[in-house]
Design a protein around this ligand. Structure first.
Ligand code: CO8
Length: 262
């Protein structure tokens, strides 16, 4: 296979610390077929295990993120098969990745594409990107967090509006609603901005970064009291790391910290 028939193309940032995974099914607007998801999961597993990777960018490039699950693949599915083979259940893999994931969205992020984008830890988009949960127009509903994560991110009224009307929102609105944290400026590449952001994260100690990700994600799952307890525990545990000693010594000595990842 050549690079152009790979469904997910893995590359690296110039300093090698950021793995960039580019969805590559342009003729189908990166529709998320089972083979594409298998390829993405395989790449995620590789980069999760690779010590040199400190942050991950997931993108479809500068034109389209993903126009949803593959409708042609789903069209004739029956309940028994979908249920017993756990159809699309492996999409959840990405939620178990401990390294920080930065999503870079240009163009369509629809249905499963919007849900995949929301699974990023930090989401970056172009102002004219398109986010929607159009499943209702196909006689279904979101299946990978579009009714759950979206509601935590944007609140009930907006999530209900998107899920029940299939309404499209642009990147500017997505940023205003809190789905996206940064927008590209005129002429700026969304992948470059995501890589730059990923490099910033990759420049910090691995232990603290992982703890920060774990703690923020806990806020979406746990009641406040339990979330605060988890945060406090992780916070206190970081005082057992050399990176805490180094980070604070570097501040006192007015120099840049050198992280040990331990
Ligand atoms: N699945 C399969 N093929 C697709 C998809 C898709 N989701 N989206 C686009 N394509 C294909 C088109 O069929 C077309 O192929 P061909 O050239 O062979 O006809 C090619 O991509 C280009 O698309 P268009 O010609 O339609 O391009 P346009 O620029 O005219 O339109 C749109 C772009 C508006 C994005 C349009 O393609 C569209 O509406 N696509 C479908 C969007 C959609 O409804 N997505 C939601 C899918 S449902 C879903 O994601 C459920 C997720 C549940 C997750 C469950 C996990 C457990």
């Amino acid at each position: 296979t050549t690079a152009s028939d790979r469904l997910v193309i893995p590359t690296r940032s110039p300093n090698n610390t950021v793995a960039i995974l580019t969805l590559n099914r342009p003729k189908a607007l990166n529709a998320l077929s089972t083979p594409l998801f298998q390829a993405l999961n395989a790449e995620l597993e590789k980069v999760e295990e690779d010590e040199s990777v400190r942050a991950i960018v997931i993108t479809g490039g500068e034109k389209v993120f993903a126009a949803g699950a593959d409708i042609k693949e789903m069209k004739d599915k029956e309940f028994a098969e979908a249920y017993t083979t756990n159809f699309l259940g492996s999409w959840n893999k990405i939620a178990s990745i401990r390294k920080p994931i930065i999503g870079a969205v240009a163009g369509y992020a629809l249905g499963g594409g919007c849900e995949l984008a929301m699974l990023s830890d930090i989401l970056i988009a172009t102002p004219n990107a398109t986010f929607a949960q159009p499943e209702i127009t196909l006689g279904i509903i979101p299946g990978m967090g579009g009714s759950q994560r979206l509601t935590s991110l944007v609140g009930k009224a907006r999530a209900m509006d998107m899920v029940l009307t299939g309404r499209k929102i642009d990147g500017v609105t997505a940023e205003r609603w809190g789905l996206v944290s940064r927008l590209t400026k005129e002429g700026e590449s969304v992948v470059d901005l995501a890589v730059k952001t990923a490099e910033t994260v990759a420049g910090f100690g691995k232990v603290a970064v992982q703890a920060g990700k774990e703690a923020v994600n806990a806020a979406l799952d746990l009641p406040l009291e339990q979330g605060l307890r988890l945060e406090r525990r992780l916070f206190q545990q970081l005082f057992a790391t050399q990176d805490q000693k180094e980070g604070m010594a570097a501040f006192a000595e007015k120099r840049k910290a050198t992280w040990q990842d331990k």
